[in-house]
Design a protein around this ligand. Sequence first.
Ligand SMILES: Cc1cc2nc3c(=O)[nH]c(=O)nc-3n(C[C@H](O)[C@H](O)[C@H](O)COP(=O)(O)O)c2cc1C
Length: 192
Amino acid sequence: MGKVCIEGVGKFYQHYPSVVAVVTARIGEKANAMAAAWHSALSFEPPLYGVAISPKRFTHDLVLEAGEFGVNFLPLEKAGVIAAVGGSTGREVDKFEVFKIAEDKPVLTSVPILAEAYAAYECKLVSHHIFGDHTWFVGEIVMVHLVEGALTDEGMLDLSSVKPAMYLGADRYVTAWCESLCYLDRKAWTKG
Ligand SMILES: Cc1cc2nc3c(=O)[nH]c(=O)nc-3n(C[C@H](O)[C@H](O)[C@H](O)COP(=O)(O)O)c2cc1C
């Protein structure tokens, strides 16, 4: 099959699918959540996590003011929550109330932790920087919430019990099926 070269990223879906996060923050009584497909681990020691948030989002200023944020990962069967928080703004609705989003208690911060999340990070904001039309927020992970049995003995997501919600673009969601799992020993592959 031939390839084409295009100037410009278009809808910027080429690098998907990727796991979607629900980023949360709280100031006093005001709690909010938004969907974020642009996020990444940045460092082991200290454990740092980054998320790109447009200044247009209500969550943007909430994170700045709170100085902390939550990163929640939902299974595909709860992708409706992602679509809901990614399609509405906390300026107009209380998403937790309207979409009946249940919370677990945070431990070291006040960020909302989604009860339906199979994993979630409580992050303290350590830095932020504007890149183009988004702000890159960097948080130190101070607490990890994890559903029992979500990880294998090797610390990977156990795909036989958790189906992570991944974003493909254009409001389409997929997951990673355990049937596609393959083990490639890097030592064997680098021989010769
Ligand atoms: C699947 C999905 C992924 C998204 N990823 C991002 C993202 O990475 N960064 C961002 O700023 N907005 C992203 N958005 C848009 C925000 O979630 C959306 O604008 C939301 O309504 C903002 O809510 P808020 O105004 O309450 O903060 C995404 C939306 C969806 C549905």
